[in-house]
Design a protein around this ligand. Structure first.
Ligand code: FEO
Length: 395
């Protein structure tokens, strides 16, 4: 079966993985994902750009075989993580003349993980160009989106850019070109939240660089191809900017409804003040949805019951996830209820230490909330309102 042509002898040879339900054994994938690979048939050389997730190796090799691919001169490894590099050993076994084009860091990583011999690599420098005959590849180092080894590959004659993980989306597709739907935007936001958000400032820099290049088409390693790069570049400019949304996210766990009562009260009163509120039950809901909410929210209030003498483990997990994803949240606080004693906030604050947000006075109460407890919540609610007002988010 022939491969789908994207543009001028550049073909799609990736695979959907609709049934995959967890990424990194952590984040749910409601729609699955894709692993994209591309074949460039230039006048003098044939090049494969990125490879395949190991469990899909056989299907991938069969796809190439069925398409009549009987020679590969170069394999570009834009990134060493195995969902893109994992099939390198099988490829170089099947195509023994193929040389891997990559940067030193990616070589080091793929050698550590895949035990590939030195002579199989050709190092490319940042900005280096390699002629394929009627096409020219240019390599652009782009470390830290999201590993230290990441790079982009530009095809000069076609003005297209392979960005590997960067600007990707957990969005399987039939048509290989992006259809600009809310679902695609959600898949891209989920992807950004989980993979790229900790590297927000690097993302911002590379988005600007790609803007300046005035690229015709962006080809990522997850999700569809962007024929109109503005769709994804506009979204990234919003997500990576320092601007926050007039929104409070409340990830919570409540064992006997007392903490839930506090959450409900905050939701109602904050909404009355014109602030959008997103309560999020961390035991029942998808942590990927929480990650997406953290992308733009101005304030996060963690709610937890006390288990023994500390926060509920589910609250710690949610806070730890927030801590490693490093959202641009400006304000953080805590609410919760205990039965007989303990310290609720210490562990949560510890796992959130990566986030440089201002801490607002927590409200930790004993048992079911009473009148004076709601008054303490009123103080926190008013403080959040004033903080949002100070940023011009509410009138
Ligand atoms: Fe899609 Fe960093 O791997």
């Amino acid at each position: 079966m022939p491969l789908k042509e994207i543009k001028n002898n550049i073909f799609y040879c990736g695979l959907n993985h609709r049934e995959r339900r967890l990424f990194d054994e952590l984040i749910p994938l409601p729609m699955g994902t894709t692993y994209n690979s591309y074949l460039i048939k230039a006048s003098e050389k044939t090049v494969l750009v990125d490879t395949m997730y190991p469990p899909k190796s056989d299907e991938f090799l069969k796809k190439l075989e069925n398409a009549g691919v009987d020679n590969i001169d170069y394999i570009v490894a834009n990134h060493g993580e195995q969902d893109h590099s994992g099939t390198l050993p099988k490829l170089i076994e099947k195509f023994p003349n193929a040389i891997i084009l990559t940067n030193p860091k990616c070589k080091e990583i793929t050698q550590e993980m895949l035990h590939i011999a030195d002579e199989k690599y050709q190092i490319v420098e940042d900005g280096e160009e390699i002629s394929l005959g009627d096409k020219t590849l240019k390599f652009i180092y782009a470390p830290w989106v999201h590993w230290p080894d990441t790079m982009f590959t530009y095809v000069k004659e076609d003005n297209i850019l392979f960005t590997c993980d960067f600007l990707g989306s957990h969005s399987p597709f039939e048509s290989i070109f992006a259809v600009e739907t809310p679902e695609l935007l959600a898949g891209a936001k989920r992807y950004y939240a989980e993979i790229m958000m900790p590297f927000r400032n690097f993302c911002k820099k590379y988005v600007q660089k790609i803007r300046e290049m005035d690229i015709d088409m962006i080809l990522t390693s997850h999700g569809p191809i962007y024929k109109s790069p503005d769709f994804i570049l506009n979204a990234y400019e919003k997500w990576t900017s320092d601007d926050v949304a007039n929104e409070v996210v409340i990830p919570y766990v409540s064992m006997y409804e007392s903490t839930k009562e506090m959450v409900d009260y905050m939701c109602e009163k904050l909404s009355d003040k014109g602030i959008s509120v997103k309560p999020f039950n961390v035991v029942e809901e998808d942590l990927g949805d929480l990650a997406m909410e953290l992308v733009e929210a101005c304030t996060v209030v963690f709610g937890s019951s006390m288990v023994l003498a500390g926060p509920h483990p589910a609250a710690v997990t949610a806070a730890y996830l927030a801590g490693i994803l490093r959202p641009k949240t400006k304000f953080i606080s805590f609410i919760g209820s205990y039965g007989w004693g303990g310290v609720l906030t210490g562990k949560l604050e510890e796992v959130l230490s990566n986030i440089k947000a201002e801490k607002l006075e927590p409200v930790i109460i004993k048992g079911k909330p009473k009148k004076e407890d709601f008054e303490k919540l009123d103080v926190l609610i008013e403080e959040i309102y004033q903080k949002h007002k100070g940023l011009g988010l509410v009138k």
